[in-house]
Ligand binder design. Sequence first.
Ligand SMILES: Nc1ncnc2c1ncn2[C@@H]1O[C@H](COP(=O)(O)OP(=O)(O)O)[C@@H](O)[C@H]1O
Ligand SMILES: O=C(O)C1=C[C@@H](OP(=O)(O)O)[C@@H](O)[C@H](O)C1
Ligand SMILES: [Mg+2]
Length: 176
Amino acid sequence: MHIYLIGMPGAGKTTLGRNLAAQLGRTFLDLDEAIEEAAGKTIPQIFEEKGEAYFRELEAETLKTVSFSAEKLVVATGGGTPCFHQNMAFMHAHGLTVYLKVSPEVLAERLLASDLSARPLLKNKTKPLVMKYLRETLRERATFYEQAGIIFENPSVQLTAGASLAAFINRYESTA
Ligand SMILES: Nc1ncnc2c1ncn2[C@@H]1O[C@H](COP(=O)(O)OP(=O)(O)O)[C@@H](O)[C@H]1O
Ligand SMILES: O=C(O)C1=C[C@@H](OP(=O)(O)O)[C@@H](O)[C@H](O)C1
Ligand SMILES: [Mg+2]
């Protein structure tokens, strides 16, 4: 059973995923990186040259490919992964989903301090538009995210604070 981290852009799926994998002695896999490798293009290039619908197909396909790994992985998905092509049901069938739940205000703060050009759905947006996008998108996606096996509210950057991690593993073991 794999562990799939889900949540909005800026929630910390990639950053926390690396830490969590190291803590659990698992291999970490970033789905966006796997998509880039498969396509031989960056995420912004895929969006620009082929559009979002093509990206979503590639994303669903790559999610399946990486999930066939015999090794137990910690997978950082992309923000939209749970919301397309029945990916949430697929992840439930192949592992434990963990929602990193972070408010649009905190997401905006982090994202505006980072390089937005790597995130095609956010790039070229001013602060008020980033806020608007995050609020509206979260409203649309929440029904998918909230189906997660575990919901972590405002996870610390290490995701290792004793009680949280213990609860995480216990719950995981009992569902594995
Ligand atoms: N818990 C956290 N506290 C503070 N900053 C964080 C936290 N998690 C992630 N960040 C920062 O927020 C930005 C986005 O994190 P990232 O891991 O790329 O998110 P995601 O993969 O969910 O889009 C990065 O600059 C990262 O350093
Ligand atoms: O929210 C989204 O639809 C997306 C989020 C990105 O991943 P992060 O959540 O890691 O930014 C990436 O998959 C792509 O740009 C689309
Ligand atoms: Mg990421």
